[in-house]
Design a protein around this ligand. Structure first.
Ligand SMILES: C[S@@+](CC[C@H](N)C(=O)[O-])C[C@H]1O[C@@H](n2cnc3c(N)ncnc32)[C@H](O)[C@@H]1O
Length: 253
């Protein structure tokens, strides 16, 4: 297992509890652009983690195989499927997305939720193409906070950029979306705007689940979270945040 997958495993509970779901508009755009009807589609969810995207696809009727190298992340995915008594349980395989343990031409859609940027850009797409049936779809989606306008969120991101050596986000001038669209035959890119209502503690838990926080020593992360809590409480004394979000979707073949 890579250092990175281990880092995610260490924050699996925070990830599972606090990371955002994908908005309905993302699933609608995926079907519209790709022509894939999710009901009964055979989908490979690569870098499935705790199953945020897996469950969204399953609830729309897809048959999903979830792939991730992180044992703790996959344990959350499976235990949620048990506790929610999902009618469709995803098959979960602990594996590397750069070498999928699947036969050729078995899937209608290979999708990466918040994960393709952690894989090898060439090997991952070659593997996706191998397991897709002819004419199948490759897609990637990422939820981002929308910190383009000046205000509390831009300030929050700016402080993270200053305090976390591994920070990668909009507060870095060189930040761009992961360049997935340049690695396949692009059909369309789309942005889906939405608003996330979340209380301060869950927002801070979400913060802890990011890789640049997961690699910090525990004490350093605790101090940083304490500072953010105090700043947010000044802006939102009632404790509830409306976070501008946008989901990026790239669809190709
Ligand atoms: C940010 S999480 C995304 C989880 C989930 N897909 C979501 O939408 O929230 C990234 C995931 O990619 C996984 N990952 C990292 N390297 C990978 C690889 N080589 N193959 C497959 N998954 C990988 C990590 O273990 C982690 O669970």
């Amino acid at each position: 297992m890579t250092e990175l997958a281990r880092a995610f495993d260490n924050v699996a509970d925070a990830y599972d509890a606090a990371r955002p779901r994908y908005p309905d508009g993302m699933y609608d755009a995926l079907s519209e652009i790709s022509g894939v009807t999710l009901a009964d589609a055979r989908v490979v969810d690569v870098g499935a983690g705790t199953g945020i995207l897996t469950r969204g696809l399953q609830s729309r009727g897809a048959q999903v195989v979830a792939i991730d190298p992180g044992a703790e992340m996959l344990t959350r995915l499976l235990s949620r499927a048990d506790s929610e008594r999902s009618e469709r349980t995803a098959a979960a395989l602990r594996a590397d997305g750069n070498a999928l343990p699947l036969r050729d031409a078995v899937a209608d859609l290979v999708i990466y939720g918040q994960s393709w940027h952690w894989l090898d850009p060439v090997a991952s797409i070659a593997e996706a193409r191998r397991v897709l049936r002819p004419g199948g779809t490759i897609a990637g989606c990422w939820n981002f906070t929308d910190a383009r306008r000046p205000g509390w969120l831009a300030e929050h991101e700016g402080r993270l950029a200053g305090e976390c050596p591994g920070y990668w986000g909009q507060a870095r001038e060189e930040w761009t979306v992961p360049p997935m669209a340049t690695t396949f035959d692009l059909v369309e890119e789309r942005w889906v705007p939405w608003t996330r209502m979340i209380d301060i503690e869950d927002f801070l838990l979400d913060l802890r689940s990011h890789s640049y926080m997961a690699v910090l020593p525990r004490e350093t992360a605790d101090e940083l979270v304490g500072r953010r809590r105090a700043e947010l409480a000044e802006v939102f004394p009632e404790g509830l945040l409306a976070v501008p979000m946008r989901t990026y979707l790239a669809v190709g073949r």
